[in-house]
Design a protein around this ligand. Structure first.
Ligand SMILES: [Zn+2]
Length: 370
């Protein structure tokens, strides 16, 4: 299996399964040390975190002994011991999977808190310097390759590189790095423009840069523009609960988290994500055996549409309440029967069969075959 192949991280994880147990093995008796120990493994890369240096050193020895059984050993040049806040042997913080993890001393106003106590520092995770350099180098090489190509071709080539890289780092403190990358990219493109026109002046600027919104954007005349790093929104990563797995059958949890699930219609899953797994009528969260129905916020009879904005997920009983209220609002003198829109009812796939049996005597229980 070549290194860097698609399966290689998975195979490495399989081969190194048990590394955490080995690291924890020697402190089995001491529960309080166990709790504070954190082991993160990805492919052949791993980090052991603990506040005590002794524990880290002993874990290292335990891992070395465990690897020895498989005729493997730690590479000294890639193994280092560091402190996240204070320098230890010239190292502060550490890099893991392209992220730099480090704590910075800050004033009491910006300090992180633990149990109401000010810590005096703040943990920031940023893209590592090496990876930023690699990224800017890649941009530079691409621009060099497209020296004589049309501007539109260069933009089409650069955009996926920028978007892909920014998406990877969009869960951490990357905004400043993104701004810096934009600045570097501007310099690289200026050199590109100078090469093509022989000089860099306002004429060159007007040829390749246009004002879009209120900023100068590297774009073609017909509106094809280069993506900005700093436009990527930063959204924090929420850790997956406990031992959950995508295949554990918890349809509601995974739909709420990802906005899609193979066992649920994509519209329902999308709505669950949008409403954060809560029923807007009663404010309660949907649970494992909840019956979810899709409701039109503005009923179709009043001109409501099937657009995603006009839909909301409701409990079955909340949907009944909402439909009754819509009927009252429509006017007591109006004798026409309010019929629930056939496409309004849509539900969890696992519930559908059960529901079909129940809905025989129910006038509004029309199901949409999907
Ligand atoms: Zn409800």
């Amino acid at each position: 299996m070549p290194q860097g192949g698609t399966l290689s991280p998975l195979l490495a994880l399989v081969a190194l399964h048990g590394l955490e147990t080995a690291a924890r093995g020697y402190i089995r008796q001491r529960q309080y040390l166990q709790r504070e120990l954190c082991v993160c493994v990805y492919a052949d890369d791993f980090v052991i975190l603990h506040k005590s240096l002794d524990v880290v050193l002993q874990c290292k020895a335990a891992v070395e002994a465990w690897l020895q059984e498989m005729s493997l050993e730690l590479k000294p040049s890639k193994t280092r011991i560091s402190h996240t806040l204070k320098p230890y042997k010239g190292n502060v913080g550490f890099d893991f999977l392209g992220f730099n993890i480090r704590q910075y001393p800050v004033s009491k106003h910006q300090s992180g808190c633990k149990s109401g106590q000010k810590l005096g520092f703040k943990t920031l995770i940023k893209p590592s310097k090496a990876k930023v350099a690699l990224h800017t180098q890649k941009l530079r090489d691409t621009i060099d390759d497209y020296k004589t190509a049309p501007q539109a071709a260069l933009i089409s080539r650069l955009n996926p590189i920028i978007r892909g890289w920014c998406n990877y780092y969009s869960k951490i403190c990357s905004k400043q790095t993104f701004f810096r990358c934009d600045y570097i990219l501007f310099s690289q493109l200026r050199a590109w423009a100078r090469y093509r026109t022989g000089q860099y002046n306002f004429k060159t600027l007007n040829k390749y840069w246009h004002r879009i919104g209120n900023r100068l954007t590297f774009s073609t005349k017909d509106g094809k523009c280069l993506a900005f790093h700093a436009e990527t929104p930063i959204s924090r990563y929420v850790k997956v609960q406990g031992n959950r797995s995508f295949f554990d059958g918890d349809v509601i949890y995974w739909s709420t988290r990802k906005g899609r699930h193979p066992e649920l219609p994509s519209r329902v899953a999308g709505l669950l994500k949008r409403y954060k797994g809560q029923c807007p009528e009663c404010g309660l969260r949907f649970t494992g055996n909840a019956r979810i129905e899709v409701d039109h916020i503005l009923p179709k009879q009043k001109g409501g549409t099937d657009r995603f904005d006009n839909l909301q997920p409701l409990h079955r009983h909340c949907h009944d309440v909402k439909t009754a209220r819509d009927r009252v609002e429509k006017g007591a003198g109006d004798n026409s029967r309010t019929i629930e829109e056939p496409c309004a009812v849509n539900m969890c796939a696992v519930e559908r069969i059960e529901r079909t049996a129940n809905s025989v005597g129910r006038s509004s229980g029309q199901l949409t075959p999907r």
